[in-house]
Design a protein around this ligand. Structure first.
Ligand code: TYD
Length: 137
């Protein structure tokens, strides 16, 4: 499984760091929505879903967390702990976010507006979706 992690170029000087992200340039899609999670309690696992179409870039802009990526065949855990790193998550990837530090802020850039009908929240349904995609259905 290929993990696509972007390393954004900070504009650093003696005053500190600044990261700027533009759609189609730093983010590989049109940004239709931005959301973020914070105050995530210890031992909480968020996500636990895939999408039919949505693409995302996840940036842990403060603190740290881990992302489990699962393409239906293989799983990988990606730690996010730098504000200049962005993890690309394709639609057909089951994702779980966990091990949040108390100060973690996880920022998400999404290619679509919120649409509950785009979610695949059942793991067996996800496996079926991946299999059908592979078979070209
Ligand atoms: P949820 O899908 O449970 O978050 P996650 O899977 O990332 O842990 O979303 C939590 C609530 O927020 C749920 O009621 C739906 C709502 N929500 C929106 O209204 N807009 C959004 O963009 C997102 C991501 C969630």
């Amino acid at each position: 499984m290929q993990v696509i992690k972007y390393v954004f170029q900070p504009h650093g000087d003696e005053r500190g760091q600044l990261v700027s992200l533009e759609e189609f340039k730093d983010i590989p899609f049109q940004i239709k929505r931005v959301y973020f999670m914070y105050d995530t309690e210890k031992n909480v696992v968020r996500g636990k879903h895939a999408h039919k179409n949505l693409e995302q870039i996840l940036v842990c802009i403060h603190g740290s967390c881990k992302i489990l990526l699962d393409n239906g065949h293989e799983k990988k855990v990606v730690p996010l702990e730098k504000p200049y790193e962005g993890l690309y998550v394709a639609n057909d990837m089951w994702r779980e976010m966990y091990d949040f530090s108390p100060d973690a802020v996880l920022l998400v850039f999404a290619s679509e507006v919120y649409d509950e009908s785009d979610y695949i929240r059942d793991y067996d349904e996800f496996l079926k979706f991946v299999k059908e995609r592979k078979n070209g259905n």
